[in-house]
Design a protein around this ligand. Sequence first.
Ligand SMILES: Cc1ncc(COP(=O)(O)O)c(C=O)c1O
Length: 422
Amino acid sequence: MPSAHIDFDFTSDKVAQRVLKMRSSAVRDLFSAATREDIISLSGGMPDVSLLPQTSIRKAVKAAADDKRALALQYTATDGLLGTKQVVCDLVRDVGIRCKPADVLLTTGAQEALDLVAKAFIDPGDLILAEGPTYLGALQAFSAYEPEIRCIPLDNKGLRTDLLEEELAHIGKGKVKFFYTIPNFQNPAGVTMAPERRKRLIELSEEYDFMIVEDDPYGRLRYEGGHALPLKALSDKVIYLGTVSKTFAPGLRTGWVIAPHCVLARINLVKQGTDLCGSAFTMVVVEHYFRDTPWQKTLQTFIETYRERRDAMLAALEEFFPPEATWTHPEGGFFVWVTLPPYVDTGSMLTTALEKGVTYTPGDSFYPKASAGRNCMRIAFCFESPENLREAIRRLALVINDRLELYRAFLDAGAIKGTGTG
Ligand SMILES: Cc1ncc(COP(=O)(O)O)c(C=O)c1O
């Protein structure tokens, strides 16, 4: 994976101003380091696709190749193939969303859906609200269209709707374009929005006249606790984004938008200029996988495996991390969010962590302004074995303890006053 670093630049006076403002994704930049043999990676949210049964994949791919209508090899409608859209309707019905194929538009992963929503709805200077921290890929997608993005804090019950209300009262009605949220097992914080807060968010969207973009890649990966209804099941107006990346495979690059027709029509329009249509071949593979193979069994294997890994990570955190650290306890998904004392900068600590053979994602990547989240980190438990996770947390604890020792020595020497924001 090439890094976004540029050595020689003959384009500097030609490149678009908005591109000059873009930040590269820390996760993408860490990708090559994270695949080094000696490194245990806690940085990427990669599903463990080795758990997928080869027979099911072969069957779905063969069905696409053998399709008599050769649909899979042709351009398709911009909103995607009908059969695959019907499969999406069947999948989301399980989580409480009722829709028809006409309410669905297929995308190249949820990431393209984020870009299309931004392309269709954001003008430069528009105000967008999101949870803080939030998914860095969404920040990248939105930033390309130059909005102002403000973050509303989370706690263990997800979005602080009380703080959102305060912010909205300050901003006023009709000033926010949309609120972007990941209610289930949030990326990066791992927390889930409580049902009463979901309801409140919908009420606020009506009261203050903004759209809600609900991004739900992890909703089906629940390891404990009860299912909470998606926002889309509570209000038809919500723009709901889904993907097969975490329940099947990200290599298929298949996602979807479920939204009112006035929204889909605009997204359809901007998608035409982006790629005409998604890959019909992968749409047909996805359709056959979810229609003709025992995918629920595979999903159960994913759930059991990730639950074991989550438990291993949480146990290792208890065992090795210093008392100054706190972390979230995700009921599903891929991520734990760790908060260290305010004077620790997890970005500058990463080089030492890499030397010790472990990677994570520094917290500031998940905020629109790099000054926030610097004492935090996201650690992913989805990809490594329980043994490797324990070893990774042990190594990371050594790095953190070294930092804390250093700061304690400074404190003793009176060089740092109290717990500054450093
Ligand atoms: C919250 C969130 N949204 C969107 C995506 C992108 O998903 P996809 O692989 O479908 O493009 C991810 C991927 O990790 C994610 O965590």
